[in-house]
Design a protein around this ligand. Structure first.
Ligand code: FES
Length: 578
């Protein structure tokens, strides 16, 4: 039970007339603050994933300034601090390896400092789920503020659909169907400003889900990064967090409830969001202590129409979604499917927040009775090849491949794939099923976005545009194709994927949710007995911690010791120390 009248948490640092109080105030005043900031006002942490290596987050310092304006105006004391900046384009081997590290860093930074509440500034793919996970574990009042989508990719009058455009260009270039001049020009106009990718990739999806969960102010997800209204929203965020600090709530544990997660999964399907969001929501639910399973995604998918027409599955971009009414309008249209009593950071239920919203462009946000598809974008597959589940983005695949049987072409790992995929001698045809091993949480390591295996060049040149592809990897939310992802357990820990051989028949049946390796049990047992685990990738450092403790994709790939409810049992403040 939260005590709304308890003294502010920050008073333990700044409100005592002893040596510790003097040190805490004196060294903070070293930055030029007057004594007035210690008059009992709430202290607001602004956790900022800004950096110059994460272009998507490059404008977050400006947004932090706007948050501070709001905090000051509402009578609070803002203190900004940096957090690990995860850059999707630059970080190797994959930002996913570091999502849990950012979540840990932010959680500990929040808990160890004199904050009464925090604003969490995120943008690029993993920064939003990581900060949500940190908020769930630290469990002091928190608002997420995402950076918004970047300007759309544009070449002359050609709409480039941002990151999605590069997958197509890459396949065409490998097949000598894309000139060097066009390739060079693409680099100059595909990502035109700060802000996250503007299609329904992971960043857009997670921003939408943060709003749907009730962890942002209404309307926050879709405002373009460079639109002045984002600055205004940041200012409002600063004002609201001071109120939340004064009331000690609502806290993440009051917002991240089972109802909120069900709402988020509904929205994920309705927007045909990134498959990565499945993993992030599972991990977040694990942090919040809320039961959520892979099968919940499939069950909700079957009853949730796809209504938001944004690429890569649809036609438009996030900017159009904003003009169409943004997430509040999507939620309003989805109202019959949502649990509207779920609490949001405004202190009001979701239903109250969207009461006045309406759809401004039915081309972008369809109705429930005239959806883009009667089912959601995601399907969860099971079978002897994925006993603990796998995921496919059914909205973004060739419908002709929904039921498919074909012979496997197996690649030992990503390196093997890159060495052989375009070999003219490769024994592969349009019906083949491409299988890539060693791409999961342990094998990747970090479960890289390698799941959109490239179409072999000779097949691309012959006109093949989609094939069944299977891996334990993830896939960029901007990517598309009949790619079976997140196979669990993964090949690196001896999952059945590790037992597939060239020529084995594999059956995919999206309607039946099946993924079957047509090899008899005795043969599979013999292969299993002969299987040898790969040697460990890491002997030290965070990599070692990660592979020793990471859970499988079907439970969110968090570290095993971080799951569970909020860590309220640990008090960082030691009165005898400063
Ligand atoms: Fe950051 Fe796409 S590169 S969201």
């Amino acid at each position: 039970m939260v005590d709304r009248h308890a003294p502010l948490r920050s008073s333990r640092w700044f409100g005592t007339d002893d040596l510790n109080g003097l040190i805490h105030r004196g060294w903070t005043r070293a930055q030029g603050f007057s004594a007035r900031v210690f008059d009992g006002r709430p202290v607001i942490g602004i956790v900022n994933t800004w950096s110059e290596v994460a272009n998507c987050n490059a404008h977050l310092r400006d947004l932090a300034g706007a948050v501070k304006r709001g905090v000051w105006r509402a009578g609070g004391f803002p203190l900004e601090l940096p957090a690990m900046s995860l850059s999707e384009p630059l970080m190797k081997p994959t930002t996913m390896l570091y999502r849990n590290l950012l979540a840990m860093e932010a959680e500990e930074s929040i808990r160890a400092n004199p904050f009464d509440a925090v604003v969490l500034l995120a943008g690029c793919d993993k920064t939003t789920p990581a900060l949500l996970m940190a908020a769930a574990s630290a469990d002091i009042p928190a608002i997420v503020l995402t950076g918004g989508p970047m300007l759309r990719g544009r070449r002359g009058r050609e709409d480039l659909a941002g990151a999605s455009a590069i997958w197509d260009a890459s396949d065409r270039r490998r097949a000598d169907d894309y000139s060097d001049e066009r390739w060079a020009e693409l680099e100059s106009c595909v990502a035109r400003s700060a802000g996250h990718c503007g299609v329904m990739g992971t960043a857009s999806t997670m921003a939408i889900l943060a709003e749907s969960l009730g962890m942002t102010l209404p309307g926050a997800a879709a405002i373009p990064a460079v639109d002045s209204r984002r600055g205004a929203l940041a200012e409002e965020t600063g004002e609201r967090i001071v109120q939340m600090a004064s009331l000690s709530g609502p806290r993440p544990s009051e917002i991240l409830t089972a109802a909120a997660f069900r709402n988020a999964v509904t929205v994920l399907n309705a927007v045909s969001g990134s498959t990565n969001a499945v993993i992030h929501l599972l991990a977040l639910a694990g942090r919040a202590g809320v039961p959520l399973a892979l099968d919940d995604f499939d069950a909700i998918s079957r009853t949730t129409p796809w209504i938001v027409d944004v690429r890569p599955a649809g036609r438009h971009q996030m900017e159009e979604l904003f003009y169409a009414g943004g997430v509040p309008a999507v939620l309003k249209e989805l109202s019959p499917l949502l649990e509207l009593e779920a609490l949001t950071i405004t202190g009001r239920p979701l239903g109250a927040e969207i009461a006045a919203a309406h759809v401004l462009d039915p081309e972008v946000i369809r109705t429930l009775v005239q959806p883009l598809a009667p089912e959601g974008g995601l399907a969860v597959l099971r079978g002897n090849l994925a006993p603990n589940g796998a995921v496919i983005k059914q909205a973004a695949m060739d419908p002709a491949l929904r039921r498919h049987v074909g012979p496997a072409v197996v690649f030992r790992d990503k390196k093997d794939l890159m060495a052989r995929i375009d070999d003219p001698e490769l024994d592969v045809g349009p019906d083949s099923v491409l299988v890539q091993l060693m791409s999961g949480p342990v094998g990747g390591p970090g479960m890289p976005e390698w799941g959109q295996l490239p179409i072999p060049a000779k097949l691309w040149q012959a006109g093949v545009r989609d094939m069944v592809r299977i891996s334990d990897a993830r896939m960029s939310g901007t990517a598309y194709g009949a790619c079976v992802l997140h196979v669990a357990p993964e090949s690196a820990v001896g999952g059945p994927l590790a037992l597939v051989r060239d020529g084995d028949l594999i059956e995919l049946d999206v309607d039946a949710r099946g993924l079957t390796l047509r090899v008899d049990d005795a043969e599979l047992e013999a292969r299993r007995a002969a299987w040898e685990p790969p040697s460990p990738r890491f002997t030290r450092g965070y990599g070692r911690l990660y592979v020793d403790h990471v859970r499988q994709a079907d439970t969110g790939a968090d570290l095993d010791f971080l799951a569970g409810g909020p860590g309220a049992d640990w008090d960082p403040y030691q009165p005898t120390s400063h």
